[in-house]
Design a protein around this ligand. Sequence first.
Ligand code: KG4
Ligand code: ZN
Length: 367
Amino acid sequence: MEQQKKALDEKKALNKETLGKEIKILGIESSCDETAAAVVVNGRQVLSNVISSQVELHAKYGGVVPELASRKHVENISLVVQEALDKAGLGIEEIDEIAVTYGPGLVGALLVGVSFAKGLSYTSGKPLKAVNHIEAHIAANFLEDSPLDPVKQPFISLVASGGHTHLVEVFVNENQDYPSCGALSYKIHGRTRDDAVGEAYDKVARALGLGYPGGPLIDKLSKEGSPSVLFPRVFLEEGSYDFSFSGIKSAVLNYLNKSTMTGIEINKADIAASFQDALLDVLTAKTITLCKSLRMNTLTLSGGVACNSSLRGRITALCQKNNITLHMPKPIYCTDNAAMVAACAYFTKGNSAKLQLNAVPSLKIQG
Ligand code: KG4
Ligand code: ZN
């Protein structure tokens, strides 16, 4: 009890010190196939955002090859971090904190960012912050001129990416005293029970022979087709906000196999449009139903799949119809980047890390 009070007093003192001050955070991200670094002021103003994508390297294998990803991160990381500092016009001595993604993700890939950040923290004497990648996707919604203020309004966040599909309630934890920016708490209402939504896009795209990553290709192709094939909408048991996308994916694969066996010609654009229609019906319906059932009138949408033009259009229309205020980051902040990592470190101020920090590949979102 005594100790808790002391810790709270220390945090309050720290907040008084930092209130009204500019906090410049260097974010570092290497959880999958993007090596990224960014400098962000007070969790919003992006001074630089450097992303080195490995898409071309992995495309010929049809997906991310973990060992190749780690090696490429090692090659890139110091250049990417230096470029982020240069573009921000700052030296490391002018940075206040270093934030790094430590999970979830590919262990070898994560370790590159974590080790680099620890080394930089040690040599520069700057504090280190450990960031959860899923929470960082949520924090992308605070970037730039976003009016979203977690202190003023709790919100529902849909995170839809290649590795995750989460429906999360985000609010400021009143037990912690962070008046300068708030410390976020999360309550998970739904998550995928099998494939992540981006994973389903990528697998269906591969079956259609479109290439990798499949999401943007299905997005584009589906505009040329019509949703003429009825694939299943999997809603699971009543009242559940969990998702299951492996059924839709298998239905598409079965349809394609049957067509090959019977020699019936398929129209790829129609299949893409039909798959997307089924998947987005479920994703958007569950999201809006959750907002309504919790009487939450603010929704955010982020993660790589949030780049999808049809998803953006449908969710915008549904939010307008249901009086829900919608926030979506620009596409460049939806896919993996380090600006969201820096923003997350700012808004979840408590996550200080020591030099013992390790990568945690199956890290869960903090409840
Ligand atoms: O957030 P992200 O860059 O990495 C993870 O954390 O997973 O998301 C990558 C995923 C891939 O599955 C990719 O196919 C999907 O996001 N994606 C899209 C679109 N752009 C990227 N999915 C559907 N439509 C898009 N336009
Ligand atoms: Zn991601």
